[in-house]
Design a protein around this ligand. Structure first.
Ligand SMILES: NC(=O)C1=CN([C@@H]2O[C@H](COP(=O)(O)OP(=O)(O)OC[C@H]3O[C@@H](n4cnc5c(N)ncnc54)[C@H](OP(=O)(O)O)[C@@H]3O)[C@@H](O)[C@H]2O)[C@@H](O)CC1
Ligand SMILES: [K+]
Length: 495
């Protein structure tokens, strides 16, 4: 799991070292790590370092300093390095090092654009964690003119390496202005900046390398967690040998209707594929019949459950309300999707996950807060609005989109990697609700006991697995079989 920290947290971690007069060694370590990645990329893509054209975009702060020192390293190995001095007051020690190694410094102007276009490698060191919002006009036209073509650099074989954070990306939130650098690779120092793991920033950053510069984050709560496939092996709740069907967990599912029976079938299949003790389905007879045909082990009588999932496929409101009352009365965890979201007008008195897409989040925020956003605002700033909803509801919010983000009421976020484009099809959300329900049912005991299981992290695992499964199928009804296979594999791979 990658952990992301805000710019303030990074500065706070850096401060004791700066107070101890350690700026110079910190920057040397950072620049050495950056230079190593640049050398590896140049050698890998262009065969060698000597003779390759490198352009350093150098701002006036330490980010520019890091880039200039790395440029000096490449120049000393024979690369032709030109630094573009963006603000006419570059980091002085970096300029001296570059010149001493044979590199040149150019002011920002027409020659800079030509150099950028011709470069084999561009090192973006304009802004890092110290950036204030908004790029100056001359800089934003330079970036636009250089990166106008699709992809990152001006040519397919041009490499772009961002120093710490791509310029134009907010290090803490990942929001980008109209113009920002698109990198193939970002080399970040001390800790992942939260913005590199969030929508916007993650796409701009490309692949990320973290360089350890000795900062201590032991007691700092990360702003963002980004789960990775290896986390599934460690953390996915798998059945233990001593379990029986009730201790493994029973999910009560309220999903599907005469009009939308398929959503009930998909939610049920999602739950079964993720693994659980027993599925108890409360739905009209047509939905029951369709689910029983596929999963004859399903129980269709009311009875005790360990968790509830409700909402896919416009199910009966009365049945959903009954489930919510039971969840609140017995402190059972609940996942609420689609039609179920419309029943929410106040925070629920139990562990809750809601799974809106942008439009549904608008409705939720409208009912829970005054002056709720419109859909465009949610799509432009998904993290901000998911967090607002999580705060207002006291619940975990899984805001579904091409980049799903998960917010906790304390404002921290879980950001799984983006799923494949083919998950943007009907029914995939129903499967996700089923998976989430199964996870709640199988971990309900731990949730109640000591809050050892974190709901948002659990949701992150579900979204991650759902995304991985999406790579192997083109439609929602293909997902459950792949999920089942992946879950079985997790069991085999767990040490
Ligand atoms: N964290 C760590 O432990 C370590 C961090 N390190 C490195 O330091 C970097 C942070 O350096 P930093 O603090 O100097 O900030 P940085 O990002 O270079 O930018 C600030 C400069 O840009 C300017 N400026 C800002 N916004 C502007 C705007 N909109 N328009 C115009 N100008 C604007 C601003 O000017 P000012 O407003 O001060 O006049 C200031 O000069 C970090 O990302 C990493 O690379 C490592 O070397 C060592 C360990
Ligand atoms: K940068």
């Amino acid at each position: 799991m990658k952990l992301g920290y805000t710019a303030d947290a990074v500065r706070a971690a850096e401060q004791p070292l700066l107070d101890a007069g350690q700026l110079d060694p910190l920057m040397r370590t950072a620049a050495a790590g950056l230079a190593r990645v640049c050398r590896e990329l140049l050698t890998g893509h262009h065969g060698q370092i000597a003779g390759r054209r490198v352009v350093v975009l150098a701002g006036s702060g330490k980010n520019g300093g890091d880039a200039l020192f790395a440029g000096a390293d490449l120049a000393s190995r024979g690369a032709a390095v030109t630094a573009v001095d963006v603000f006419s007051r570059p980091f002085a020690a970096g300029v001296s090092a570059l010149r001493a190694a044979g590199g040149e410094v150019e002011p920002l102007g027409p020659a800079a654009l030509a150099a950028l276009r011709a470069a084999d490698l561009v090192i973006d060191g304009v802004f890092g964690t110290g950036a204030k919002p908004g790029l100056p006009e001359a800089l934003s036209s330079l970036i636009t003119d250089w990166q106008a073509a699709s992809g990152t650099g001006s040519r397919a074989d041009q490499l772009v390496v961002a120093v710490d954070v791509p310029t134009g990306v907010d290090a803490s939130t990942g929001t980008t202005g109209e113009v920002s650098v698109r990198a193939d690779h970002t080399v970040t120092f001390g800790a992942h900046k939260a913005g590199l793991l969030l929508p916007g920033g993650a796409e701009a950053a490309g692949e990320i390398t973290l360089i350890d510069i000795g900062l201590d984050f032991e007691d700092v709560i990360p702003a963002v967690e980004a789960p990775e496939p290896a986390d599934l092996v460690d953390l996915w709740p798998l059945p233990q040998p001593h379990m029986h069907k009730y201790s493994r967990g029973v999910l009560g599912l309220v999903a599907g209707s005469q009009r939308y029976p398929g959503a009930g079938v998909l939610a049920a299949a999602g739950a079964v594929s993720a693994g659980l003790g027993m599925l108890r389905l409360l739905a009209p007879a047509t939905v029951e019949a369709a689910v029983l045909e596929r999963h004859p082990e399903t129980v269709t009588e009311p009875g005790r459950v360990q968790a509830w999932a409700l909402g896919p496929g416009a199910p009966d409101s009365l049945e959903m309300r009954r489930a919510l009352v039971d969840a609140e009365n017995r402190s059972l965890p609940v996942v609420i999707d689609a039609a179920g979201l419309r029943l929410i007008t106040r925070p629920l008195e139990t562990s809750t996950i809601v799974t809106p897409h942008a439009g549904e989040l608008v409705g939720l925020l409208g009912r829970l807060t005054t002056g709720g956003p419109d859909r465009a605002a949610v799509e432009a700033q998904p993290v901000t609005h998911a967090v607002r909803a999580a705060e207002a509801l006291g619940a975990v919010v899984v805001l579904k989109g091409n980049r799903t983000v998960i917010a906790r009421p304390d404002g921290t976020v879980v950001a799984p990697p983006p799923g494949p484009a083919n998950l943007a099809t009907a029914g995939t959300g129903d499967v996700l609700t089923g998976i989430l329900g199964a996870l709640l049912a199988t971990t309900a005991g731990d949730l109640a006991e000591a809050h050892r299981i974190d709901l948002a992290r659990l949701a992150g695992l579900a979204v991650l697995l759902h995304g991985l499964a999406g790579r192997h199928t083109t439609h929602a009804s293909g997902l459950p079989a792949v999920i089942e296979e992946l879950v079985l594999e997790l069991g085999e791979r767990r040490p």
